[in-house]
Design a protein around this ligand. Structure first.
Ligand code: GLC
Length: 801
């Protein structure tokens, strides 16, 4: 093996030749002469785990990132060796381990082409200061290779040529190049030669990724401690890579209640009660749909979690009930810092039970946050999580709060240079005691996890709703998330777009930005454009710091108010479409937003696109990201797409100018799609309706669409009380056939579909439903393009000329 002497001089160590190997069922161990062990585990046919030890012994195999529910098992595994390599073969991958160097290369098992290979591969530096190793991996980077993922990084979608750090950091008013920010999601997907693969480096220490920044032909990642422990996932479709990663680190444990997909309004802070009511009432008066109202830190007594400021909120239970009667769910903030105050029962109990984090030599971890000096629960201890969950009893069960917002959980500490705990703080790490160096990145996720379990228990039989700021891989199982303290600038609108897409391709689809910007005050135009984008993010909330004035939809004048209403109404109409996309995400890990590269990786023109994305499966969105725009140029992916506003049909695979005045935004619908719509409601469940709309976009040829439904809350759907309808459209010159197939026992309240046909190339002359001819008069045909029919049919056949 050719080892770089430069690296060697810098104190790097490298594995030597393999002297032995053993195989146990799905796991192989390779032993080198200088004591390195490589453990290779076949998790699935397309997922292989690589783990290295430099001491001859592996750490306890514990991960917060990988779920016990992950699919495991493969259909085929064969191990052979030749003079130079050991060769593992599954039905999807061939993995070669070089005998002389322990270097790994991976090939597609079908066409035998190289997917990825180690450059130097595994190497390490001993850390005298902390003990253990700084573990490193370098891989060859191909010329046309592109990189995606890594959670909340604000930069453009393709990460090539850049280097990143993963260390959860409170980042007020971060910028496009600020790194790291709030989350640590050490997972990326790479694409080269139309083959996508992913790497999940499951190591919670501070880690770095370099995508051909330092050296043009090398990609590398390394961490300040722990093991070199990564999962290699093969597609070759990028979407399958993301699904594999999401399967490994977990899909959301439950679907969100449908109201959580509505519009949310937040500010730091709405208080007193009369102010909250004024805001909610204005939503209703102005008929802007809204489902959730947030209480930021000022609802508490001196920022003590789980208390109420009785001066401003004399009777929270009554208020929450009144809000609920008006269709508003109340979401409250809960931070990790617990005020040091012996009169405060939460503090007292945690102190008595020894639940707070301590420094290496024994003192408590003391740090300043909103309430002043605080101690912090060690959420990495199961008993502490259990206790924390229990604290939600009163808020949820008694007062009726419906959602909890976990903030400052990087963890954030004020007025200290590193903005967080010092490295020496001790954590339980679920029985694997360690310092903060290892627990930092996972702290927020464990807090959100404990919160989730509290809500799950006390909101039962309703579904929980949690939102977190910090996250590590796997947090998506428990919670939604937002991007933290952004700024009211046009640049941040683009950042929000990048981040939401990136989160979705990092297994975390339930995400959104503070619409309008947290810091600073947007102009009405920026606010309107941000709303237009935000209604197409899975999590849709306006939030602002409140110190520059208000940010409710109506403060920018009538024109903006009307635009906001129009787009929020569209979100509410599209709820069944979003809910279906969410079901796909929960069911098989399909990301709710798809960057164009994820949508069509074969088309290399998509590899560097950041602005456009596909929402769900069939709606193409392109936000307007500049002031004074009357439209913009955008790339339409391959296939044919209908302009949502004009019904004009465009052939994709190229750029177009698309008109979009301030009250519009480029939205396209995939040819052949059936898009379900509810009537506009002011909040989820406001109306009972007997009919939903299916917008049918004619295609000559075939296209399938699905519609998932259930009770929109509760857990009955897990017992089969859901319905999954598949619509197969087949369009011909003078005919259109829609076949419907239903699975599941749920029967929604509505009994009819209003079908709106877009761009039928013929006038309807006859209709058959399940082979029976129907009189056109019986179908309430309005114009020639709309019919109303009973929802239970197997085949609808339109004839025309
Ligand atoms: C942090 C949060 C922000 C919140 C504020 C006060 O800055 O990111 O969303 O409003 O704290 O709680």
């Amino acid at each position: 093996m050719i080892v770089s002497t430069e690296l060697e001089q810098k104190g790097n160590l490298f594995p030597s030749e393999i002297i032995n190997y053993k195989k146990e069922v799905d796991t192989l161990h390779f032993f080198t002469k200088n004591g390195v062990v490589l453990q290779v585990t076949v998790v699935r046919d397309s997922v292989i785990r690589f783990r290295y030890s430099t001491t001859g012994k592996f750490e306890n195999d514990f991960s917060y990132g990988v779920t016990i529910h992950a699919s495991r098992g493969y259909s085929f595994l064969d191990v052979t060796e030749n003079a130079t390599h050991y060769i593992l073969t599954t039905s999807k991958l061939i993995c070669k381990v070089e005998k002389l160097s322990l270097q790994v290369s991976l090939f597609d098992a079908l066409d035998l082409k190289l997917i990825n290979e180690d450059e130097i591969g595994f190497h390490w530096e001993e850390s005298y200061e902390f003990g253990g190793d700084i573990v490193k991996m370098s891989k060859a980077c191909q010329k046309a290779e592109s990189f995606y993922g890594l959670g909340d990084k604000p930069v453009e979608v393709n990460l090539k040529g850049k280097r990143f750090e993963n260390w959860a950091t409170d980042s007020y008013a971060f910028g496009k190049d600020t790194d790291p920010i709030y989350k640590a999601i050490p997972f990326y997907t790479a694409i080269q030669e139309n083959k996508a693969y992913g790497i999940f480096f499951d190591n919670t220490f501070k880690s770095h990724f370099d995508f051909a920044q330092e050296r043009r032909n090398v990609t590398s990642f390394w961490a300040q401690g722990g093991e070199m422990n990564y999962y290699f996932m093969y597609g070759p479709a990028m979407e399958d890579v993301v699904k594999n990663y999401t399967d490994l680190t977990g899909k959301p444990h439950t679907l969100p209640p449908l109201w959580a997909l509505g519009f949310h309004q937040c500010k730091w802070s709405y208080y007193p009660e009369s102010n909250v009511k004024e805001v909610t009432k204005t939503f209703r008066d102005l008929k802007i749909p809204c489902d959730a109202i947030y209480l930021d830190i000022d609802y508490m007594e001196g920022f003590r979690c789980f208390t109420w400021d009785k001066k401003h909120f004399p009777d929270p239970k009554r208020m929450v009930k009144e809000l609920e009667d008006d269709g508003f769910k109340t979401v409250v903030i809960i931070d990790p810092g617990i005020k040091i105050d012996l009169e405060y029962d939460v503090f007292k109990e945690a102190l008595d039970k020894d639940y707070f984090c301590k420094r290496a030599d024994g003192p408590y971890m003391k740090g300043k946050v909103w309430p002043g000096e605080c101690y912090f629960p060690d959420y990495t201890k199961p008993e502490v999580r259990e206790w924390w969950s229990g604290l939600f009893k009163e808020l949820i069960e008694d007062i009726g709060v419906k959602g909890v917002w976990n903030d400052m959980n990087e963890p954030a500490v004020m007025d200290v240079p590193n903005k967080s705990f010092p490295d020496d703080v001790r954590h339980d790490y679920d029985g694997n005691p360690c310092s903060h160096r290892k627990a930092h990145n996972i702290y927020g996720t464990q807090m959100a996890r404990a919160t989730y379990h509290g809500l799950k228990k006390y909101a039962y039989p309703k579904r929980p709703f949690v939102i977190t700021r910090s996250a590590y891989s796997g947090a998506q199982r428990y919670t939604s998330t937002w991007m933290g303290d952004n700024v009211a600038t046009w640049e941040h609108l683009a950042i929000a777009n990048n981040q939401a897409q990136r989160m979705a391709m990092s297994g975390f689809s339930f995400a959104g930005s503070d619409i309008g910007g947290f810091a600073g005050q947007p102009q009405g135009e920026l606010f309107a454009r941000w709303i237009q984008l935000g209604v197409f993010h899975a999590f849709c909330r306006v939030h602002s710091s409140g110190d520059h004035g208000n940010q409710e939809p109506w403060v920018f004048g009538d024109e903006v108010t009307d635009i906001v209403r129009k787009f929020v109404e569209l979100r509410y109409q599209l709820l069944p479409y979003l809910y279906t996309a969410f079901w796909r995400y929960v069911n098989d890990g399909t990301p709710i937003l798809k960057s164009l590269v994820l949508y069509d990786q074969e088309d290399t023109a998509t590899h560097y696109r950041s602005d456009e994305f596909v929402y769900g499966e069939q709606i193409l969105i392109c936000p307007i990201l500049e002031p004074n725009a009357k439209g913009r140029r955008m790339y339409i992916p391959r296939g044919k797409w209908y302009n949502f506003w004009t019904n004009e049909l465009l052939e994709g695979g190229k750029e177009y100018w698309v008109d979009a005045n301030i009250d519009s935004m480029p939205i396209f619908i995939k040819e052949g799609a059936i898009i379900p719509k509810y009537p506009v409601q002011q909040y989820v469940g406001e109306k009972k309706f007997d009919e939903i709309t299916l917008e049918v976009y004619y295609k000559e040829g075939k296209e399938a669409s699905i519609l998932y439904d259930d009770a929109h809350d509760g857990y009955d759907y897990k017992k089969g009380r859901f319905s999954l309808r598949t619509f197969q459209v087949t369009g011909k010159k003078e005919e259109l056939i829609i076949q419907q197939h239903k699975r599941g026992e749920f029967n929604a309240d509505y009994s009819k579909y209003k079908m709106v046909f877009h761009n039928l190339p013929f006038t309807i002359t006859a209709i058959q439903i399940d082979n029976v001819a129907i009189k056109l008069e019986d179908l309430n045909i309005s114009g020639s393009q709309t019919i109303s029919i009973k929802k239970e049919f197997s085949e609808l056949h339109l004839f025309g000329k």
